[in-house]
Design a protein. Sequence first.
Length: 223
Amino acid sequence: MGIRKRKLPITAPSERGKRHKHAAISTPKPQSTRNAITKFHNALKHKAAILSLGDPSLLNAHDARKLKEIDTEIARMGGLELYQDMSATGQRKDRGGGSEKVLINWLKELEVTTMLQGLQATPSVKGKGKAESEMESTAKLSLLEVGALEPDNYGSCSSWIDSHPIDLRSRHPGIRKQDFMLLDKAVNCAKWDIISLSLVLNFVGDAHDRGTAQEARLLVDAL
């Protein structure tokens, strides 16, 4: 079985960011935002399909030209920076809010908050260690938020959710720059109560890597 090669970066650094920082002076309409995000996702999937053929330096002339055209189109659209801007616009409250709104509602419907309150109210049992007693008094869900655009999406639930936001390109000091696909499984195994992937599965262009991302359940601790 051959060794699976590490994929090339989805978006390469370029000058495209300078051009777009001052280009948009008005907020794009909802349909325009959705169209831009969908177009970006499609471009990444087409690029991933070509890269799956093998070493980019060994591609035939047709595929090499197509790959260059896709990279040019991604850069023309604004690359990862503009994609993040569009995504951030799409999750504003006046646009319906982000995926955290849905996740929080799901957790409340499952009465997870009630369960946590029960743990917090559990009296100390004789013989328990100090660390275990302290854990019961501050019971929270440990959440890994992948592809976070804002550091405080779960700020309103900080009393029962301990959020850890990460992203490929951090937009804020409170968001750790981290490729989710490169997380050490041994270190993170059963470390999280919840992993939020939001649009991350759409962003991953390669089908094999999307399957790897879906294996996030291996990093989740059973409640």
